[in-house]
Design a binder for this molecule. Structure first.
Ligand code: ATP
Ligand code: MG
Length: 366
């Protein structure tokens, strides 16, 4: 799939932008704070209906503008398609159009413009907190499996309601009667999340270990393990069993939750760990090993998406190449011989020869 043309109105620091992209490498060059990441953000948002920087759509609208419009012409699924999203600054809901027809949710955009974003924070994802790893997994899974996206949204909605009930347990004790219903639904939806994640992480780990093997010349054995709540022994178990396991876990923590007034544990705290030849990267990985393992994970994510849809997702490298030493740069660049790529950097340097260069200054193309 290729993004052919992108047009922005009132998005972030862009008043108006029209831009024709190359099917291969597009290099976006500019000083700090000129709009390079904003441009990538608009592409991710157009394809997925989500920003990787904010949950608040209103923040995407240019300060003082009445609306933001992102429109893209995309070649995918063997035809030319258009996606358009219009966002508003207040509470007014966004509008989505696929090929000129208004659609209800971003799920209907699925598969038209899939993206894999790689930014410098991702390089240390195996060292930092679990939240960053969950985000990485969730972003990939939501694109791969629209039903997972829906389940995740529902899970967080129920969790939020349960949190409110627990928080107001003294002021509104009558609401505690609802708790068993919420708990059951949380366990059912949570079981679905675990089931999707277990399969996804198994494939991701397998694909990443191949990249890591090439990278390390076969000297290190890469392995990924998915971690969820302790009562779940087998993450591949049928949904009914996973639901039971989660209920058991919830019962163990029920008293503590009531006492603390908070939702304590559950699949919303899931994590994954990568080991290299048996040693955890989180605890023992060197800088280089941590980065190499992260690159392998990202390339694996791209490969899973390619396998799933038969199309190469658009790869977005935000400032990541300049963070890598030459041998890692080469490894990444050698892996992106096919498909469309957007690369941002401050200094064009050695990347200029890779493809079309677009210079950005203050939200405009020079
Ligand atoms: P760097 O090289 O430092 O990463 P960048 O070119 O990637 O810089 P961006 O993050 O794309 O920079 O753009 C940042 C600029 O966009 C900031 O100066 C910020 O103030 C501006 N900006 C962000 N949101 C909005 C908005 N809603 N309206 C207007 N300007 C905005
Ligand atoms: Mg940036």
């Amino acid at each position: 799939m290729n993004l052919c043309e992108l047009s922005l109105r009132g998005f972030r620091n862009y008043d108006q932008l029209e831009f024709t992209a190359q099917p291969g490498v597009n290099l976006i060059v500019g000083d700090n704070a000129q709009g390079k990441t904003n441009l990538l953000e608009s592409i991710v948002y157009l394809g997925s209906g989500r920003s990787f920087r904010t949950q608040k759509n209103a923040e995407l609208v240019r300060f003082g503008a009445d609306f933001a419009d992102i429109t893209g012409k995309i070649y995918s699924q063997e035809r030319q398609q258009t996606l358009r999203t219009v966002l508003f600054p207040g509470r007014r809901p966004r509008q989505l159009y696929r090929n000129g027809v208004k659609v209800k949710s971003a799920a209907e955009f699925n598969g038209v413009l899939s993206t894999v974003l790689f930014c410098p924070e991702d390089l240390m994802v195996l060292k930092t907190g679990a939240a960053a790893r969950r985000r990485l997994g969730d972003q990939a899974l939501c694109q791969l499996r629209p039903n997972y996206d829906a389940a995740l949204t529902e899970y967080h909605r129920i969790l939020e309601q349960k949190s409110k009930i627990l928080k107001d347990r003294f002021d509104c004790p009558q609401l505690l009667e609802l708790l068993p219903d919420y708990n059951l639904r949380l366990c059912q939806v949570g079981a679905l999340l675990i089931s999707y994640r277990a399969r996804f992480y198994a494939s991701l780990g397998e694909a990443a270990s191949v990249y890591h093997g090439q990278f390390s010349g076969g000297s290190e054995e890469f392995a990924l393990s998915y971690k969820t709540v302790s009562t779940v022994q087998d993450t591949m178990a049928p949904l009914a069993k996973l639901t039971e396991d989660l209920q058991e876990h919830m019962n163990i923590h029920a008293k503590a939750e009531l006492e603390s007034g908070q939702c304590l544990t559950g699949p919303h705290k899931d994590d994954f760990d990568v080991t290299l030849s048996g040693l955890s990267v989180k605890s023992f990985g060197s800088q280089g090993q941590t980065r190499t393992a992260a690159i392998s994970l990202k390339l694996a994510q791209r490969e899973l998406m390619r396998r799933e849809s038969g199309e190469e997702p658009v790869l977005l490298l935000d400032d990541v190449l300049s963070e890598l030493d030459p041998s890692r740069q080469d490894f990444v660049l050698n892996q992106i011989t096919s498909g469309q790529v957007f690369i941002t950097c401050c200094e064009p340097g050695r990347f200029t020869k890779l493809g079309q260069t677009i210079q950005i200054r203050k939200g405009q193309i020079l």
